[in-house]
Design a protein around this ligand. Structure first.
Ligand code: FAD
Length: 400
């Protein structure tokens, strides 16, 4: 019997496998995809995330791939005015013990995967889909569909962790919680080599451009050579239903035309930037409620982490970060061998649920703040002008 079986080799599952290895424990990691690939999109990682990745020995590997933005700034998408900015340089890094970094998702995945493989204690099996599980007195029995022929395989493990994302089957097989629902928000994502942009549109800072019912986020990745651009749109009025995942039903030119229209009142910078990019992809955002207690993250010998447990709107840029924090915490509790397996998982859930809930809640609030109109927008801008640096800096998030 394997000790710990992890379902899903996304950011959360790979992180848990690595954290387990670093803590001296072997595990098995099952991923339904036939190969590990990642979408062309970026991830922001605050110092709370970077500290953990560094502690897992990834500093050198990350160094070659991340970008280290100079500043985090908030701007008005209509006027282009800078409303507030937070320097992310040496003082910030000293304050929090690690830098604020941005990375291409595929690069982070490669770094994690290589470290897991080099560790040599994780059995990573691709093309293995968890179909169901059943908890027994002394372990968990899993049914997997494996390989191109989808043959049934039965696995026994001392414990099971569902790191299988928003549509988690581990969760739906053991928890009667509501399934994810469309939020109505859309994410348009693109990446562009900075060298293809005119000098005035290149950027080495993280910018959140806030506007009515939308915001745009731009930041460098790949040592600053590429610019990641995400437009988050909260369309008004009736919308056509979009299935989860990339919306591949529309031609890139149509999508680009939508964006031009959404940006028509934007300042010159954003209009020009959006106009320079001809390949966008659309991702409808789905979500679930705020995690309400430890029981929603662990029961008996089964635990959930990352999006499987607490998906969040990307408005605080913390989904992957919280999955990495979960992984770190779970691996630490796993080493407490004086506790029973269910006790270890329960302690993990107790340690994590309220922080995850707080981050989920703040992500939701940011949607209202970033997309504000009228008086609320006026108040937001005034607040940012007066207390900008204090509002952008988030010790509660970055210090933990
Ligand atoms: C527009 C946008 C921007 C974002 N920006 C940021 C950011 O800047 N910073 C940040 O921290 N986060 C960000 N996020 C959030 C982040 O992408 C997610 O929270 C994170 O990827 C979740 O990781 P996960 O490992 O929990 O789940 P996933 O990445 O979804 O991984 C789940 C894995 O499980 C596998 N799987 C699913 N079902 C099964 C099964 N039955 N059997 C076997 N395998 C299975 C899947 O194939 C997948 O590989 C953003 C998200 C969006 C949409």
């Amino acid at each position: 019997m394997t000790s710990l079986a992890i379902i899903g080799a996304g950011m959360g599952g790979l992180s848990l496998a690595l954290a387990m290895h670093r803590a001296g424990h072997a595990c098995e990691l099952y991923e339904r995809a036939a190969e590990l690939t990642e979408v062309g999109a970026g991830i922001q990682m605050g110092p709370h995330v970077m500290r953990r990745l560094y502690a897992w020995g990834l500093k050198d590997a990350l160094q070659e791939r991340i970008a280290r933005p100079l500043t985090l700034q908030a701007r008005d998408v209509l006027s282009g005015q800078v409303l507030a900015s937070l320097p992310l340089g040496r003082t910030f890094e000293q304050r929090y013990g690690a830098p604020y970094a941005t990375v291409h998702r595929a690069d982070l995945q490669t770094v994690l995967r290589e470290a897991v493989e080099q560790g040599g204690t994780t059995k990573l099996q691709l093309h293995a889909t968890c179909m169901r599980w059943d908890e027994q007195m002394d372990g968990v029995s899993l049914e997997l569909q494996s390989g191109p022929s989808a043959s049934k395989v039965q696995i026994q493990a001392a414990a099971l962790v569902g790191a299988d994302g928003l549509w988690s089957r581990v969760r739906s097989s053991g928890w009667s919680l509501p399934e994810p629902a469309a939020t109505g928000h859309l994410a348009y994502r693109a990446m562009v080599p900075q060298v293809l942009l005119p000098e005035r549109l290149r950027s080495q800072v993280v910018t959140v451009w806030m506007g009515p019912h939308l915001h745009l986020v731009t930041y460098p990745v790949r040592q600053g050579e590429w610019l990641n651009v995400v437009l988050l749109l909260q369309p008004q009025g009736p919308q056509r239903h979009m299935a989860p995942g990339w919306d591949l039903t529309r031609e890139p030119q149509e999508v680009a035309a939508d964006l031009q229209s959404a940006m028509r009142r934007g300042c010159t910078f954003v209009r020009d930037l959006v106009g320079m990019i001809d390949h966008w992809r659309v991702w409808p955002l789905y979500g679930r409620g705020i995690v309400a207690g430890p029981d929603q993250m662990a029961r008996g010998r089964v635990a959930l982490l990352g999006d499987a447990a607490h998906p969040m709107l990307p408005y605080l840029a913390q989904g992957a970060g919280m999955a990495i924090e979960d992984a770190d915490s779970l691996a630490q509790w796993w080493t407490r061998t004086e506790l029973t397996v269910p006790q270890r998982l329960h302690r993990f859930a107790e340690a994590r649920w309220s922080r995850n809930a707080r981050v989920q809640l703040q992500s939701r609030r940011n949607a209202d703040i970033f997309h504000a109109t009228g008086l609320m927008r006026w108040g937001r801008d005034l607040g940012l002008k007066i207390m900008g640096q204090r509002l952008l800096d988030q010790p509660w998030l970055f210090s933990a």
